[in-house]
Design a protein around this ligand. Structure first.
Ligand SMILES: NC(=O)c1ccc[n+]([C@@H]2O[C@H](COP(=O)([O-])OP(=O)(O)OC[C@H]3O[C@@H](n4cnc5c(N)ncnc54)[C@H](O)[C@@H]3O)[C@@H](O)[C@H]2O)c1
Length: 253
């Protein structure tokens, strides 16, 4: 996929990995639509990179439908979708107050898994109605899982289940959308230095970094973004989940 001039949607583009991805796509000449539930954050990023901001709750059907339609009106059908919106509130199955509230588990699944599917279905439907580009491609979709999809820690039942779901749906969707020349891949990041982790004391950040075999540091958002760019540009990558983690294997706690 030639990124230059292509319309792209980045969910969760107001922060962290999504923000770095929006910046990298814009630097490659994409017309970037920044989707985020945090409208102010989306607007700030869009302003900085010359894109457009759209408030969107990925877990909500109507909100995503409106945002995808508005992005299409502004930039044309999105050829690139990057799903970065996500939440990761940890919670034990049995905590101090007893059983984990079911709504907490459902919220994480709704945002991370259902939210990713929500945008995939809408962008795929729009691309399916359109034309394949001269290079033989019609679109590229990249979602974000986590190494917690493989080795989730204590407290990550919902998060791991949601990210396992993102990983598991990658192949069936890639198989189905092959008829439209749309590729579908997923990145499973290790521990990246995003606002979530920047809030930790320096010592805690360094100790987390030392747990990574090589390089023994936290991942940089631009390293995630670089892989998104590569997935977009490499037409033979399809149906795959790629770990991006410096060989990290998470311990139980
Ligand atoms: N940072 C890491 O170490 C790491 C590791 C593995 C996976 N991930 C995954 O990468 C993705 C991005 O993480 P990050 O570290 O950049 O997080 P972040 O908190 O910096 O950014 C996430 C963004 O998603 C937005 N968002 C949350 N709920 C939303 C919703 N319902 N609709 C639309 N937007 C919503 C937030 O407002 C925020 O701007 C997440 O899916 C996360 O699970 C992150």
């Amino acid at each position: 996929m030639n990124i230059n001039g292509a319309a792209a949607i980045v969910s969760g583009g107001g922060s962290g990995l999504g923000r770095a991805t929006a910046e990298a796509l814009a630097a490659k000449g994409a017309k970037v639509a920044v989707f985020d539930i945090n409208q102010a954050a989306a607007e700030e990023v869009a302003r900085a990179l010359g894109g457009a901001a759209f408030k969107c709750d990925v877990a909500d059907a109507a909100s995503a439908e409106a945002a995808v339609a508005a992005a299409e009106a502004a930039h044309g059908p999105a050829r690139i979708l990057v799903n970065c919106a996500g939440i990761g509130t940890p919670k034990r199955v049995v905590g101090r107050d007893g059983a984990q509230p079911l709504a907490d588990f459902q919220r994480v699944i709704n945002v991370n898994l259902v939210g990713s599917f929500n945008l995939i279905r809408l962008v795929a439907a729009s691309l399916a109605r359109g034309e394949t580009l001269p290079d033989g491609e019609r679109g590229v979709i990249v979602s974000t899982a986590s190494v917690a999809a493989y080795e989730g820690q204590i407290g990550q039942a919902a998060y791991s289940a949601s990210k396992g779901g993102v990983m598991a749906m990658t192949l069936p969707i890639a198989r189905e959308l092959a008829q439209f020349n749309i590729r579908v891949n997923t990145i499973a990041p290790g521990i990246f230095l995003t606002p979530m982790l920047l809030g930790l004391p320096q010592e805690a950040q360094e100790s987390l970094g030392r747990s990574v075999p090589n390089p023994a540091r936290l991942g940089r958002p631009e390293e995630y973004a670089a892989l998104v760019i590569h997935i977009c540009e490499n037409a033979y990558l399809n149906g795959e989940t790629i770990r991006l983690d410096g060989a990290l294997r998470m311990a139980p706690r």
